[in-house]
Design a protein around this ligand. Structure first.
Ligand code: G4P
Length: 574
């Protein structure tokens, strides 16, 4: 399955009219009037109901399937997984997702909101490919926790390792869902050992599998001390089903599991209680212990059990607020821009800035301060985006994500607020590792070329550098992965109508230079390095080898060769 199928549940959600509750109960239409309550207690209540999270996994572990099932259990869709419907949706997705389909990767992130048992869940979709780790990192800044999805047969894979490292770096609580228990795997103990060895985090089993592969019989839920029996549901899990549950003393249990697995379960339960890592909420919330769940997303098994525990343990948005509560009252609105995306909808061709709300109540048309520019802005036309579909947002709360149309008013990392003291620095910039010259192949499209380059840079897809010594003002792109160059070329053509040429340069190391400008300008870089300016006019040098970089550093002791221009820059983990 292609991760771009992520669009399916979103569309299905919109198609199943009435199945989705867009506004929390306290704001549903009331006698034709929208009831609005911006008291502090109401904002706190709404914040407490929210869980904002992302799923991290290696491609094929089942992220799309699990997402779909979460929506199914949340009542946001009624029928999941019809292959036919999926195929139809695939052809219905708009052309700008073409590249995703061709490459089998998910380039863009979307946020899905659904309700489950009086909670509001905001699920951030993280792109699945290596080269998009910068975008993924930024998306994770908007999450309060992460669900790490692991394939029972494949264990901890490379992309999971990288994404885990990012979550760890951010101190995010991580929940583990071991998927595909209906397939054979090395066994739960081996998976837990691998998680500890490879990722360096201990796990605490919330449930325990009984058999696996063709012998998979279900899971034992430790909190309720009940067995949830697995039944390969008709229609491959397209309907939300309640698992049959049995307590440990139920006389039917032994025959339901078979003698061997029953005895094994009795042993396992005893062993887990005495030898397993105990559940410790503080350790979970500080990202040092991961609650682990077993299930099979395809057949819906273990999904609602996971959700029930997740709601009870996962942090609410208020925890993030704790960091700033000295400067902000919870009824002050504040949020930060973690993602900018141009041309999401080919019919509108506008730029959307995605704001993660940290505190207070968001209201359509409210006026806020952009702390970076110092400008006051009216937030009109706020939207929730679901693939190509849009919905106007009237009200939103901490944890929610709002899309704002962005005629250049926002930059990545901007803080928007009604309190002029708060300033977030959650969203880092990245140190590029690959570089390429981008040239315009159609001189009559120069304006579009310049606009495209500027907008894609604003999204954070690439960074721009300029060779001020060259007569041609050709942009040099810096990125964390080469695939981003292909995306730039593809989007330049499909969104701005400009054919471009990419020439990858042989440099891998960048340094920002600080010191006497005359000395910097006079440096002879030789053939294995080049001196450029970044998009803000700061001098930089690109090197093809570490040796070359060290050589120039030694030759110019009065000049600082900095790994990044300021603290906001981060070198990608992994
Ligand atoms: P991804 O988004 O992480 O890349 O994974 P995706 O959900 O697309 O799932 C990858 C494959 O794994 C799919 O099969 C999907 O049906 C299968 N899968 C997901 N969850 C489970 C599970 O619990 N058990 C089993 N046995 N398989 C599971 P596919 O053949 O690649 O795609 P499709 O033909 O089913 O669409």
């Amino acid at each position: 399955m292609n991760p771009s199928d992520f669009a399916f549940p979103i569309r299905a959600r919109l198609a199943t009219k009435g199945s989705y509750v867009g506004q929390p109960p306290s704001h549903r239409c009331f006698g034709g009037q929208e009831r609005k309550d911006n008291s502090m207690s109401s904002i706190e209540t709404e914040a407490k109901r929210r869980r904002t999270f992302a799923i991290i996994s290696h491609p094929d572990a089942g992220k799309t399937t699990l997402t779909e099932k979460l929506l199914l259990y949340g009542g946001a869709i009624q029928l999941a997984g019809s292959v036919k419907a999926r195929r139809n949706q695939r052809t219905a997705t708009s052309d700008w997702m073409e590249l995703e389909k061709q490459r089998g990767i998910s380039i863009t992130s979307t946020v899905l909101q659904f309700e489950y048992k009086d909670h509001v869940l905001n699920l951030l979709d993280t792109p699945g490919h290596d080269d998009f780790s910068a975008d993924t990192y930024r998306t994770l800044t908007a999450a309060d926790s992460a669900v790490m999805l692991i394939d029972n047969a494949s264990g901890v894979e490379s992309q999971t390792r990288k994404l885990f490292a990012v979550c760890k770096q951010r101190g995010l609580p991580i929940f583990t869902f071991v998927n595909k228990l209906d397939n054979e795997g090395p066994g739960p103990l081996a998976i837990m050992a691998e998680i500890e060895d490879v990722l360096g985090i201990q796990s605490t089993p919330m449930n325990w599998p009984i058999g696996q592969g063709i012998d998979f019989k279900g899971v034992y839920d430790r909190a309720s001390q009940t067995v949830h029996l697995y039944e390969k549901s008709a229609g491959f899990g397209s309907n939300a089903i309640e698992a049959v549950k049995m307590t440990m003393d139920d006389p039917r249990l032994a025959s339901a599991l078979g003698e061997k697995l029953y005895n094994q379960l009795l042993e396992d339960v005893e062993l887990l209680d005495v030898a397993g890592e105990p559940f410790d909420l503080d350790r979970v919330l500080s990202g040092n212990l991961t609650p682990i769940f077993f299930g099979s997303a395809l057949t819906n098994f273990g999904v609602s059990l996971f959700l029930d525990h997740f709601l009870g343990i996962a942090p609410t948005p208020e925890l993030r607020l704790a960091k700033v509560k000295d400067v902000i009252k919870t009824d002050d609105f504040s949020g930060f821009v973690f993602k900018i995306q141009a041309n999401m909808d080919p019919n509108h061709r506008d730029r959307i800035a995605f704001v993660r709300i940290v505190s207070g109540m968001f209201e359509k048309d409210m006026e806020v301060l952009n702390r970076r520019s110092g400008k006051r802005l009216k937030l009109s036309r706020p939207q929730r985006l679901f693939a190509q579909e849009r919905e106007t947002v009237e009200l939103a709360y901490p944890g929610d994500i709002v899309g704002l149309t962005n005629p250049g008013a926002f930059m990545l990392g901007d803080t928007v607020t009604t309190n002029n003291k708060v300033l977030y620095s959650e969203v880092p910039e990245f140190v590029p590792e690959v570089f390429a010259r981008l040239s315009n192949q159609d001189i009559s499209k120069l304006k579009n070329f310049e606009k495209g380059v500027e907008q894609l840079c604003q999204e954070g897809l690439v960074q721009l550098f300029w060779n001020t010594k060259s007569l041609q003002r050709e942009p040099i792109l810096g990125a964390v992965g080469k695939l981003q160059f292909e995306v730039v070329q593809y989007r330049m053509l499909s969104e701005y109508g400009v054919k471009t040429h990419i020439e990858v340069m042989p440099y891998e190391i960048i340094r920002w230079l600080e010191g006497d400008m005359a000395e910097i300008k006079g440096i002879y870089w030789g053939s294995s390095a080049i001196g450029l300016e970044d998009n803000f006019g700061k001098p930089v040098a690109l090197f093809s080898t570490e040796w070359g970089c060290n050589y120039q550093t030694e030759q110019h002791p009065k000049i600082k060769f900095l790994r990044s221009p300021n603290e906001a820059f981060t070198e990608l983990a992994g």
